[in-house]
Every structure is written in structure tokens, then in C-alpha cells.
Ligand binder design. Sequence first.
Ligand SMILES: *Cc1c(COP(=O)(O)O)cnc(C)c1O
Length: 494
Amino acid sequence: MNKCYKSTRGNFTATPAAAVLQGIAPDGGLYINPGLSEIDFDWKHCLTLNSLEKAEYILSALLPGYENMKELVVRAYTGKFETEDLTPLVKVGDSYVLELFRGPTSAFKDVALSMLPQLITAARAESGVKNEIVILTATSGDTGKAALEGFHDVDGTQIIVFYPDGGVSPIQRAQMVTQEGKNVHVCAVKGNFDDCQRGVKEAFAAINSSKLLEGSGKSLSSANSINIGRLAPQLVYYFVAYSELVNNGRIKVGDTVDYVVPTGNFGDILAGYFAKLLGLPVGRLVCAANSNDVLVDFINTGVYDARRPFMRTTSPSMDILVSSNLERLLYLASGCNGEFVADCMAKLKSESVYTVPAEVTAAISESFSAGRCSEEETVEEIAKLWNNEHYLCDTHTAVAMSVAEKYRAESKTGAPVVVLSTASPYKFPGAVLKAISGSCEGDEYEQMNRINEITGVPIPRNLACLKEKKELHSDVIERDELLNYVLSVLDVKA
Ligand SMILES: *Cc1c(COP(=O)(O)O)cnc(C)c1O
């Protein structure tokens, strides 16, 4: 078997299927294929394919050894998205907006989380694993629902979702706590997203190192973008956007395109970097941040300093101070130096800060730029796009649109700019309504209806029917109780 995946902390190798099943490497690192730019991949051929064929071609290249990728892709996506190309590209002003939110839960995470259950169940079958796979997930709002939607009632799996109590929008909360299914667990944590993510990683480490699950017939995996099976499907839409620009005559094959990505855990933007390593002519990848701008400072200075206040913003899916996937970029930018990465991560854990050498910062700056957008600018951007372009966007997309404008004003390369749009405006109705009308009275459902009256933009069905659904999950725990919660669901004792 092809053990082409390595842990970013240097000590483990795995086949693609094993990497997907484990979620995170036993040394706490993330799995990555260090030879991505050398694999046999014809990016020009890829551009000629339709969206599902692109997904099949890209996933087969990233995850060699899977049989029947075509069938998995078809099963993952057929009938679940609003449009056949899954992720439409729309021209808005001088930018192109890549709408990633037209899936079953109105979040961009649907693109990956429709696919991940297929990848996990196929990996389980192919490697003869009989264990029940228990998916642990920390969410800043959108991953949770998209993962629940993907995994509910999938045979051989259970899923546990942890979300920050009070740290997600009321719509996001309603989406999760109304989730039906015999294998789902949803739990609020008294803390922020970083607490949830850290708790999940610590639960992995504690359970794996004490071999608690040995003989239990269960093993753990993750639906967060630490899982390579979650990241891989996200490359597809970078190619989709590029093909669209070629097809509508905006560029010729080979011209560069810049992508602006609203960033939290650095997964989405890293997928763009992987696409570039596969040959796609990606110009710059612009990391757009809200007031939690630790990544902007890092990309500009090489100092990752999480010692700053955690801000709750109107774009909560980007309220993160510790971005997991940056670890994969550090690995690549340091020439695949696992020891270096392990050292940075140890410093981050003990001192909440680390500095990388100038060569690493320079390697990162070759492909990445960064910009920030304040809360006031987010509101202004939503209002401006509605008033001037008749385009309604959510708060996360607004952050990226605002950063894209500033970026374009500075860069002047003339390359087309694609902005990744990560959520439906109806997932954050309070902030969106306030931006377009100046007030936001009523509950979230009244706000949705009001936005619909003002704009005529249809409310996605999955959100419109939420109000009628029964709340099924009410667990709330302290942030140090996460491991115990997992153990009680697993029904094993520490
Ligand atoms: C998750 C999410 C992001 C951030 O994506 P990362 O891959 O974590 O960087 C941005 N916007 C929305 C709406 C999200 O749900």
C-alpha cells in the first residue's frame, strides 16, 4: 500500500485511507502528502471536466488507493446541491464570487462534508476495519451542522459535535440541536471555539495514548479540517472557478487568478495552495480575517502570537485564534521539517506564541497575502454590495469582499479576483438585516422573512423549515468535561 501521507510532526506515515480513518496522526500532527507537486496530475485536463468529474479526478490523485471514487462522488453530491456545478461563480462588481453555500445546510462546509462520510465508510470497508468509527467534531457553527447532515444514520459511525455555548448564531444553534438520527450527539461547551477544538484534540490524545478503545470495537476520527478527507474535496472548487473564467473568456488557460478566502482554521485557503501545487495557475491566496487577525500578523511578520483577546464578531465561523491547518503550511514552507513544526506547536501550547525564521516567512509570502476587516467595515460592505450591486452576501463573505477591494487597489496585477463565499446570508439574518435596513427587530425567523421581503432573495428551504422543528439536544458541559463526555458516549471508563 502507498503510505504517501506523513504526519506534520514527522513520526508517522499512513495510507490515504488510514489517514482519513484516523483524522489526526498519533503524534498529534496532521497528515499531509509532502510530494503533492510531483504527483501525476494533468491540471489542464482537469479543467475540461465537469464538477463531479473534477471531484473524481482530484480526489483520486490526492487519495490514491480508493477504488470506485466515481461512485463515491456521485453518491456524495447527487441531488444535494441547488445547482449541477455545485458551486456557481457570479460576477459582482469587479470581483467574482464563488458561491460555496448552495448545499444541504447552506454552508460551504457541505462541499467537503457531503464527501467525507463516503470516504470514511469506503476506507473502513477497504481496509477491513470492523470498528465503529466515532467522529469527534469541534464547530464554530457551520461544521457541526454540515457534519451532522453528512453522518446522521450512516452505518458504522457515531458523531459527537461540540459547539461553544453562546458562540454560534441562533440559526446555527437551531440547525444543530434539532438534528435527528440515531447516531448523533450534540453538546454545548461553556467556552469559545478554541476551547472546543483544544478539548477535541486533547480527547484524541488521551484516548489514543491510553489505548482506551483497544478491544472496544470503536475508534475515533474527525470531521474537522484536520482530517485530510475533509480538506481534499475543497480543492475542487478552485478548479471549478478557474474553468468558469476560461469558459466565459475572461482568461486564457495559464493566466493566473487570485483567490480571496475568509479564513478561520486555514483549511479552505490551504486547499487553494494544494490546488496550486497540483499546477493550477493560482496567483495569490489572500487570507481575509475579521478582528481576530492573528493570521494577518503572522503572514506579514512571521510571529504567531495568540496572546490577544478573543473577539466575538458577526462572522463567528472565523472567530479563531489557533488555526489548525497552518501547521500543514508550516510543514511545507519549512521543507517538510517535522521537528521544526513540532517545536512551533509545543511553543504555541506552552507560551501561546512562536516565531518562524525569515526563510519560512519568505516561502509563505511567495503565495500568500493577508488583510483584515473590522466589524464596521463588514456592515458597510454588506450594505454597499446590496445597494450598488444588488448582491446579498453574508458576514463572512463581506469580510472577504472588503479585503478583496483593498487587495485589488494595492496589487494592480489585473488578474481576476475570485472571492470565496462561505455561507448563505440567511444564516446570519440579524447582522445582514441591520446592514441593509438599519434595524433588526424580531427574532431570527422574523428577520429572515424581512430580508426576503426587502431583497426577494429566496430563503433556503433547510433554514425556512427550522422553526417548526423540535429541539432534541440540550447537553451543556464545562470545558474541562469534554473527555468525560466522549467517554460516556463511547461507554468506556478512563
Ligand atoms: C468554517 C468557515 C470559514 C473558515 O474556513 P476555514 O477552512 O476554517 O478557514 C469561513 N466562513 C464560514 C461561513 C465558515 O463556516
